[in-house]
Design a protein around this ligand. Structure first.
Ligand code: AMP
Length: 568
């Protein structure tokens, strides 16, 4: 059996084509979305999905997420005393999806079509294929995510030539792709994007609006209170989908603060963010050498396009009514499953893929003034991911401290706002004349060529002193023998049994909440955990389910009371 898989940065999904329609396959917890999170528990069991995410709250050092961003690199994730690369972690997620699909379909699943971002280069595509193999899947095809979304919207169904823009605003990234469909060929014409823009930023605007209104100084709030503000803002943002006003209630150190916002106020607050959507749209059109008049459709994907202010803005600046009828969470997997159907019928869409792009953002570490003090560890992107190569970009930075005698330029690769989360490719230091901070200008030039060679040149403007390093991107190629060995090592590791998943997850959540709460809630949770543990050892399956339901009801009640109960 062949299935379509959306191996996402945050969540993954699997779907099949059955009886003339796409079916999204529920996972072992009866949910469509499986978080792309992997953890290793104390007994060295591999946890995947929601269970791994829950485990990771209390054991962050034993869990990994957003590893898709390191696909095709040699970044190593240490989970307890085990080490994995992103390919292997993705392999665990795929294995879990494969198992769920087999139970749902009732037959062996050995083949898959997996989607990847359009900007993934050959190396990253091969790594994705190998991840599939590690899960026991023969990846018969890799499909571009925007192409899959376009298929889910029926692009190509008419048989006529169509040009469309896929506008994908996810949690943390924004991608625009221009596609052309003609005679069974889907061609990626241009891609543009912003790695530092997504739904999260729209949540932060609400957080700031709330803190301004309530006069709560951000510096006075502890992590837990800030987390409560964040959760309330996220909830408030999503409720704009149903209503033009939304309430935000937050429990801060036992005191409730409440504010109501209208969609107009929110739109005004998001003005700058919305304006940032414009540049990649314009760039993609320019790179594809087409005008808006030549565009037939705009398709919206990504969770953050559920925001009406985003949809209205797209319409305002393009004059085209964007299409928003397929659930943005599922459009990619629906497209992948449609591709499965085409393959089975032997009438496939061929893809022309643009892979001559810089697949990761390349940048450096800088110090930033945060309003109160100089804060180090910030990431300054120099060549943005998705940039068509060869490319050369220059950035000027300045000395950050008085009497600084040299500047160290760290060459980093990655998408995180924090330098430490990105991959260090190399560094070089250069002498600067001592003086007051900010006086010396240093020009950093990154040049990336089609052979994945990155040349970094640093110039001290006042003295003319220059230094250069060349960094060769390591091709992540492994021999067949190595692949075989790795396959065996991973097969040997136990993945949490499917049947236990609901119980494992309930217990992990209860233990986390036990740590987060105070008496008397804590006592109630403790008693319910004991009761549930006893039931699991002695009772029948039905009784265990009853105790689990009771435990989850208690947890929901306590969570609602503490975090979101007053927001409904
Ligand atoms: P994705 O990466 O495509 O799953 O998108 C995740 C982003 O979509 C997150 O920032 C969510 O807050 C946002 N999102 C999900 N549902 C909604 C909603 N109903 N309204 C606004 N934003 C949403």
């Amino acid at each position: 059996m062949l299935v379509g898989i959306d191996l996402g940065t945050t969540n993954s999904l699997v779907a099949c084509y059955k009886d003339g329609k796409v079916e999204i396959i529920p996972n072992r917890l009866e949910k469509k979305l499986t978080p792309s999170v992997v953890a290793v528990d104390d007994d060295n069991n591999i946890l995947v999905g929601e269970t791994a995410r829950e485990y990771g709250y209390l054991n962050p050092e034993r869990s990994a997420k957003v590893f898709k961003r390191s696909m095709g690199t040699d970044k190593v994730y240490e989970l307890g005393d085990m080490k994995f690369d992103s390919e292997e972690l993705s392999g665990f997620v795929l294995r879990s999806l494969k198992e769920d699909a087999e139970v749902y379909i009732g037959e062996k699943v050995e083949e898959a079509i997996i989607s990847v971002p359009a900007y993934f280069n050959d190396n990253q595509r091969k790594a994705t294929k190998r991840a599939g193999e590690l899960a026991g899947l023969n990846v018969t095809r890799i499909i571009n995510e925007p192409t899959a979304s376009a298929l889910s919207y029926g692009v190509g169904d008419s048989g006529k030539m169509e040009r469309c823009m896929v506008f994908d605003l996810g949690g943390g990234t924004f991608d625009v792709t221009i596609l052309e469909y003609y005679k069974n060929i889907m061609e990626v014409y241009a891609i543009a994007g912003d790695n530092f823009l997504g739904g999260e930023d729209f949540t932060h605007v609400l957080m700031e609006m709330f803190l301004r209104r309530t006069y709560l100084p951000i510096t006075m709030l502890d992590i837990k209170s800030l987390n409560n503000v964040y959760k309330a803002a996220e909830h408030c943002k999503c409720s704009f989908s149903e209503s033009d006003t939304a309430k935000m209630t937050v429990n801060i150190a036992g005191q409730y603060f409440e504010e109501t916002f209208t969609i107009e106020e929110y739109e005004e607050g998001c003005k700058e963010l919305l304006e940032k959507l414009r540049k990649p749209i314009e760039k993609s059109l320019r790179d594809a050498k087409i005008t808006l008049d030549e565009l037939d459709r705009i398709i919206l994907v990504g969770g953050a396009t559920k925001l009406s202010i985003v949809r209205n803005y797209v319409q305002k600046i393009t004059g085209i009514v964007p299409e928003f009828c397929v659930d943005p969470d599922t459009s990619v997997v629906v497209g992948a499953a449609l591709q499965c159907a085409m393959k089975q019928r032997d009438k496939q869409i061929e893809e022309v893929i643009l892979t001559d792009v810089c697949p990761f953002t390349l940048g450096t570490e800088v110090v930033k003034f945060n309003g109160t003090f100089e804060e180090s560890g910030h990431y300054l992107p120099i060549i943005e991911r998705n940039t068509v190569i060869p490319v050369s970009r220059k950035q000027t930075v300045y000395t950050a401290y008085d009497n600084q005698k040299y500047v160290t330029v760290k060459v980093l690769q990655g998408e995180s706002r924090l330098a430490v989360n990105n991959l260090l490719l190399g560094e070089l230091s250069i002498d600067v004349p001592a003086g007051p901070k900010g006086r010396e200008a240093i020009e950093i030039t990154y040049t990336y060529d089609v052979n994945s060679l990155l040349e970094v040149e640093v110039l001290v403007v006042s003295t003319g002193l220059k230094k250069k390093v060349i960094i060769q991107n390591q091709e992540n190629k492994i021999s067949e023998e190595e692949a075989e060995k790795r396959f065996e090592r991973l097969q040997y590791l136990k993945q949490n049994p499917r049947d236990d998943e609901e119980n494992t997850l309930a217990l992990l959540r209860a233990n986390r909440m036990f740590e987060e709460t105070l008496r008397p809630d804590q006592e109630k949770i403790g008693e319910a955990i004991d009761e549930f543990n006893r039931a699991m050892n002695t009772a029948t399956r039905l009784e265990v389910e009853n105790f689990r339901r009771k435990l989850l009801e208690l947890l929901d009640e306590i969570e609602n009371k503490n975090f979101t109960g007053l927001m409904a």
